[in-house]
Design a protein around this ligand. Structure first.
Ligand code: FAD
Length: 507
């Protein structure tokens, strides 16, 4: 089901398919898409959202509120064009004109990369990186590979360093040196290697992986998900939304006619025979009511802290066992896009240290209002480390590290403001994204099924319930799946009068 599909025409409820009342918990992408699609199918919907705003992990920060000035994405920032569901929604919601190419890590070869000899421009770093690879490979292995395969191995290792969380880096790098280079060794890479200074990535990984699906298929265990993510993450067909990613969630909200109740934090869920008892916070206490159908999109990291009753043991184990990664972003509001004078037109540097990735978002709106620099984007343990520093020390550490690459940041009046988001401790998500790395395709699917499995009339959606965790695509996929289940659910005897049954309890 998609906004393009015939299902979007509101289907009049009939005796064969009684209209259902669905309470959706969470107004992130999953909750909003589900509410939108359920209404298209003729069901009635209300949304309970704990935050004062909709959007969840889609969060756009505007440094100059109310004016067309610099903005930074503190949550999701790019969409691979291969994410068909997301692209379709963006088009359907009238946002196609706002889509622009997202220049990502290593795409602008004037940006910097951390090497064993300090920071180097990407276009000047290959030799050093190949030498680093020589130091890592077991004796005799280096000589087995031709120059192009070594270049591939060297730049893949940088990607592992830049993109993988620290607890995965060593094992992925071992797999890369031992397994992935072997898979690539027989391929003529001439067409995929670009000359330094020609612009763009030095190795066109997206084209390489697209032309040779056997590479991805041959990857096992931890390498499997990494290669999948790396292809998405460094693909040259990533898009961003000019004007902010939050337009996606605001457009969805505008199209939902049922109430979207923000500031309604759910504190407990109990599966009952004919519905689900939902408790919400009321001042220092809580109030409960019986809802006919509930779709819960709360991340499991948060859900496991709620009062839960009536769920089976396996489901509770899935809720408690789901792993999440942290992510931290630190952004600077700068007087001007000083990096452009340094020849950097976009993309990102791998600054290393605690800061890891530094992105140069395009200047939009009035340049007199300044420019945004996403100084640091970290995930996993790197994000935890930054989080533990505390805000003042975190901002100082990022400024120190990024100013070592860009001393312009120290010029008086250059730094106008900061914005940061620590997703690991953000109460509404307690993490950035569900993790399935380190598992093969079958285990990922078995886990997804368990995580998404309904309990009575309690249904589940959210990126964690999908085959694309950590992406908007996953949130949409899971919502569409849950909508199909709810729509097809037989109300049976419990249906009688259930649609109107909402029992308010005293606080
Ligand atoms: C730093 C970062 C970068 C990312 N980058 C990208 C990217 O570039 N591209 C991409 O496609 N994806 C990206 N993602 C992932 C993407 O943002 C998520 O997969 C997607 O937004 C998740 O949507 P969701 O609806 O599943 O969850 P959420 O957006 O988390 O929605 C859940 C909602 O439930 C609410 N809630 C929580 N607890 C309660 C409660 N007790 N009561 C009521 N409401 C509650 C929350 O406030 C929230 O609004 C990124 C995520 C992060 C954090």
């Amino acid at each position: 089901m998609s906004p393009d599909s015939p299902a979007q025409q509101v289907r009049p409820p009939g005796p064969w398919q009684p209209r259902k009342r669905v309470t959706v918990i969470g107004a992130g992408v999953a909750g909003l898409v589900a509410a939108y699609e359920l209404e298209r199918l003729g069901h009635s919907v209300e949304i309970l959202e704990g935050h004062l705003q909709v959007g969840g992990r889609v969060r756009t920060h505007r440094f100059v509120p109310g004016r067309e000035g610099p903005l930074v994405e503190l949550g999701a920032m790019r969409v691979p064009t291969t994410h068909r569901r997301t692209m379709r929604y963006l088009r359907k919601l009238g946002l196609a004109d706002q889509l622009r190419e997202f220049t990502t890590l290593f795409q602008d070869d004037a940006a910097y990369v951390q090497t064993s000899q300090g920071h180097r421009r990407i276009r000047e770093a290959s030799e050093i990186l190949v030498e680093e690879l020589r130091g890592r490979l077991p004796a005799g292995r280096f000589e087995e590979y031709d120059e192009q395969t070594l270049l591939f191995g060297a730049w893949m290792a940088v990607r592992v360093n830049a993109l993988a969380p620290s607890d995965f880096r060593d094992s992925i790098r071992r797999g890369l040196d031992g397994e992935l280079m072997g898979l690539v060794a027989g391929i003529d890479l001439t067409d995929y290697v670009r000359a330094p200074g020609a612009g763009g990535e030095l190795i066109d990984l997206r084209a390489l992986f697209a032309d040779h699906p056997g590479i991805r298929a041959g990857c096992r265990g931890r390498l499997y998900r990494f290669v999948d993510d790396i292809v998405n993450e460094t693909s040259s067909t990533l898009m961003r939304l000019s004007g902010g990613m939050d337009q996606l969630v605001h457009r969805l909200r505008e199209r939902i006619s049922g109430p979207v109740r923000c500031g309604k934090e759910v504190t407990g869920l109990a599966v009952a025979e004919h519905g689900v008892q939902v408790r919400t916070r009321h001042g220092f206490g809580s109030a409960g009511r019986l809802c006919d159908y509930v779709l819960c999109t709360i991340p499991f990291s948060v859900l496991r802290g709620l009062e839960l009753a009536g769920l089976d043991e396996e489901k509770l184990a899935a809720i408690h066992g789901q792993r999440y990664w942290a992510a931290t972003k630190v952004a600077f509001h700068c007087r001007e896009a000083f990096w452009e004078r340094d020849g950097i037109t976009g993309g990102a540097s791998f600054t290393g240290g605690l800061s890891r990735q530094t992105y140069y978002p395009p200047v939009e709106g009035d340049p007199k209002l300044g420019a945004a620099l996403l100084a640091s984007y970290t995930i996993g343990q790197d994000a935890d480390r930054l989080c533990r520093l505390g805000r003042r020390a975190r901002l100082a550490a990022v400024l120190d590290e990024v100013a070592a690459v860009h001393p312009e940041l120290r010029r008086p009046g250059m730094l106008l403001g900061v914005a940061d988001q620590v997703w690991g401790t953000e109460p509404s998500s307690l993490g950035a994204a569900a993790v399935r790395w380190g598992k093969d395709a079958d285990s990922c699917e078995a886990e997804r099924e368990m995580v998404a499995r309904p309990q009575g009339r309690l249904f589940f959606a959210g990126e964690h319930c999908s085959s694309h965790p950590a992406w908007i695509e996953g949130a949409i996929e899971s919502a569409q799946h849950a909508v199909r289940l709810i729509d097809g659910h037989q109300q049976g005897e419990a249906a009688e009068g259930a649609c109107a049954a909402v029992v308010e309890e005293p606080a």
